[in-house]
Design a protein around this ligand. Structure first.
Ligand code: ADP
Ligand code: ZN
Ligand code: ZN
Length: 766
């Protein structure tokens, strides 16, 4: 029997649970806050997290089964960050704890210490524990930060490390080769390999435009070529050379930041003004002091080019990418390396922010304005705000950067919460000349004749063209010309998009597909017509007009993983692709010197979305996409619109963010939108429409009675009223006091499932 005085009580958060509360458990030994444990919850064995130390409750508690690991991975600061996220985004605590860990069971590792410098008292690898004994902890840390030794982990499970690729090589001497009798295409293959030494079969076929593999196969059979499987060499990876020196303007910003290296710095720098290079120089300083850097980007699509630049600027540093497209085992390895303090630079999307990486000395958030930093699936949170909070808790400086700041954050920077710096010149190239193309009275509303001509002119100069289209697919919707019926997804209240290449109609929300019907389901008429357009249609029109040009399409249909993305980017870099048609994917952060023209086909679509921040999003997108132009050559951008007088168009045309901001902030103030309120969206979902409406009404009444310091709008039917087979209603709230979040939480904790809450804006200093 154990004495009652030995029992400890804990508040446990349940992994994966959508619930917003913790649960009381007991254990007969001491556990630390942040530790992972196994518990029985609702009859199942699940992972839990010690969220806090409790006291004996009135009711009978269940025991914690056991701690999962002896090691406690989360620091008190991490736990504070979790609590902050839960309070400010009303997120489920178990799901926020989950963000800290990679998927799957943690691997055990054996660690060895590898001597690098000859001055070490050992010359062959030692077990970690032995090395620590020999050197002492302090000396060990010192040698490690001086890179005089290196730690290597061998993980319990065998994991595929590097990508394996097959390379063609020439084993024979040139003389022997010359004596051989070869066909013309075989000769071409040999000549090519003589110049590049090695290539994958695919690279070779592409480079020589071979129609079949047979010349390669014949040469292999005759043993004139060999095919070897090798680990992809790191040095073969895409590398972009570092710049030599910062410009005076960049240097000025760098100095101001390092002189006052704490809190949040904001670099407001026009597109191409060299923000990345300023981050790099500041990173160098942090790394030289033995600390690591977290570098956040909004999307994985931005990592290949950034990694190539980092490889060029920081040779020899341990650099890793982390994002949710990676396999669980890869994520585990990176996670363990980070926890063990072996990563110098961690580049990643919002999920990387939660890794408990040791010894962080700087957090960078590039393209801070990007909506991808906001997690759209539960637990919802804004990674930029979490990064700022993390910096505060750990005392780490944070640098945010953008050419088109989020209005709320620029407001906070101007009011002194962040330290504001600006870059207004491009070190290379010039800002593009922007031009509005008025589409009114234009018959060819997709690509007017004049736009075609400009594209042709640009390509003739040897420059490349980016063509932005708001959505993918061939047409937006299919309508019956007889009765007006629009073909919709049965699960979502959304029109189906026609994809010509695959010959299907597809729902962009849930992925539902059908072959195109031959007649209208309502009236039986055969007069179905595809209206509107997407990337595929624009690509089709361009290819029709320029049959000989290489045109590449980049959207979620053609590119579904980071590898494909990297390949596509290299095709742009090598100028193999002359015209690139793409969605938002091509609007972001890319830096290619030969883009001479950017065309925004349908600027209006973005402006007219029913969100409080749609004007700002449109301004951002138009400025960002045009900012891809003119980075090495003279650049232009054509913005096609039916509303040339719109204030977004006018300010974007002048590159006038400040002008846009001044008007926008007045409107926000008038309508009490962020940063003058915390804007919350509540979505109620149900199987039946009437059920959904009633639940929304009931919730609305409770909110009105409980959340006082706020403006609560009556439930409305959202633009997409049915999604994934469920009906939806929305309630909007503007909170004028952060304390009201707590009252809101009270209502939600009592409310049944089927309610999703999105705290859209943090409200900054409110
Ligand atoms: P941003 O991040 O602001 O869009 P980048 O850092 O990508 O800008 O810089 C744009 C281009 O200018 C890049 O190709 C970069 O290599 C180049 N560049 C930046 N700073 C310098 C510099 N000091 N000297 C030469 N080239 C530079
Ligand atoms: Zn019809
Ligand atoms: Zn659907």
């Amino acid at each position: 029997m154990k004495g009652a005085d030995k029992i400890h009580y804990y508040e446990v958060a349940i992994s994966g649970s959508p619930l917003r509360s913790t649960f009381s458990y007991h254990f007969d030994d001491e556990l630390a806050v942040g530790q992972r444990v196994a518990v029985n919850f609702a009859g199942r064995n699940v992972i839990g997290y010690i969220a806090g130390i409790g006291s004996k409750p009135q009711f009978k508690t269940k025991p914690i089964s056991k701690p999962l690991e002896n090691q406690v991975y989360l620091s008190p600061e991490d736990v504070a960050l979790i609590n902050w996220t839960v309070e400010n985004y009303l997120a489920s605590i178990g799901k926020v704890f989950d963000l800290f860990f990679p998927p799957g069971k943690l691997l055990k590792s054996n660690s060895h210490v590898i001597p690098i410098s000859p001055e070490l008292p050992f010359s062959t690898p030692l077990k970690m524990s032995d090395a620590l004994k020999l050197l002492g902890k302090e000396q060990f840390q010192k040698l490690k930060s001086q890179r005089k030794l290196k730690i290597l982990h061998s993980y319990e499970k065998k994991l595929p490390s590097k990508r394996r690729i097959k390379l063609l090589k020439l084993p024979l001497s040139i003389k022997t080769l010359e004596s051989l009798k070869l066909t013309k295409s075989q000769k071409k293959v040999i000549d090519y390999l003589l110049s590049v030494e090695k290539a994958t079969p695919r690279e070779l076929m592409n480079a020589l435009s071979l129609k079949s593999r047979s010349p390669i196969d014949t040469l292999l059979r005759k043993e004139i070529l060999t095919l070897e499987e090798v680990e992809e060499d790191e040095t073969d990876r895409w590398t972009i050379e570092a710049i030599e020196k910062l410009t005076a303007e960049q240097e000025h910003v760098r100095e101001a930041i390092v002189k006052d290296f704490s809190g949040v710095h904001y670099i407001f720098g026009l597109t191409g003004s060299g923000k990345t290079e300023v981050y790099f120089k500041i990173m160098e300083r942090v790394l030289n002091r033995g600390k690591s850097v977290i570098y956040m980007v909004p999307e994985v699509s931005l990592t290949p080019q950034l990694m190539a630049r980092i490889r060029g600027a920081f040779p020899g540093r341990e650099v890793r990418v982390y994002h949710s497209y990676m396999s669980p085992s890869k994520r585990q390895r990176i996670w363990l390396d980070a926890v063990n303090g072996e990563i110098d630079i961690l580049v990643g999307t919002r999920s990387a922010l939660w890794i408990p990486i040791q010894n962080t000395g700087l957090i960078i958030v590039d393209e801070e304005h990007d909506s991808s930093f906001y997690q759209q699936t539960p637990p919802h949170y804004d990674a930029v705000e979490v990064a700022i909070k993390k910096g505060k808790l750990y005392g780490i400086p944070v640098i945010l950067g953008s050419a088109t700041p989020r209005v709320e954050r620029y407001f906070r920077a101007k009011s002194g919460e962040f330290k504001l710096h600006s870059l207004v010149n491009r070190p290379v190239g010039q800002l593009p000349e922007l031009e509005i193309r008025d589409l009114r009275n234009n018959k060819d509303y997709i690509i007017p004749r004049k736009t075609f001509e400009e594209i042709e002119k640009t390509v003739k100069l040897g420059h490349q063209v980016f063509v932005f289209v708001h959505r993918k697919g061939f047409s937006n919707y299919v309508v019956c010309a007889n009765c007006g019926n629009i073909l919709k997804c049965p699960n979502c209240d959304i029109s189906l998009t026609y994809h010509k290449h695959d010959g299907i109609l597809k729902c962009h929300y849930c992925g539902y597909t059908i072959p195109p019907p031959t007649k209208c389901e309502r009236c039986g008429s055969k007069a179905l017509s595809a209206r509107g357009f997407g990337t595929e249609r624009v690509e089709h029109e361009l290819q029709k007009r320029f049959p000989d040009l290489s045109i590449m399409r980049m959207d979620r249909e053609t590119i579904s993983n980071p590898n494909q993305y990297e390949k596509a980017l290299r095709k742009i870099e090598s100028k193999e692709a002359k015209i690139v048609v793409g969605t938002k994917m091509i609007a972001k952060g890319l830096d290619f010197p030969s883009i001479g023209l950017v065309v925004v086909i349908d600027a209006d679509r973005i402006i007219n979305l029913p969100n409080y921040d749609s004007a700002e999003n449109a301004f951002q997108l138009i400025s960002q996409i045009s900012g891809r132009s003119g980075r090495g050559v003279h650049g232009r951008a054509i913005i096609q619109t039916f509303e040339p007088e719109h204030r977004v168009m006018k300010t974007a045309l002048e590159n006038d963010y400040k002008g846009f901001f001044e008007t926008e902030i007045e409107i926000r103030k008038l309508l009490k939108y962020p940063p003058f309120s915390i804007f919350v969206e509540i979505i109620v979902e149900a199987e039946k429409e009437i059920q959904c409406q009633n639940a929304a009404k009931e919730l609305y009444e409770k909110l009105v009675n409980t959340v006082k310091g706020s403006e609560i709008l009556e439930p409305v039917t959202p633009a997409v009223k049915k999604l994934f087979g469920k009906f939806r209603m929305k309630i909007h709230l503007k909170l004028f006091d952060r304390g009201e979040l707590r009252n809101l939480l009270k209502v939600l904790q009592k409310n049944p499932a089927g309610v999703d809450v999105i705290v859209n804006s943090n409200g900054g200093s409110l």
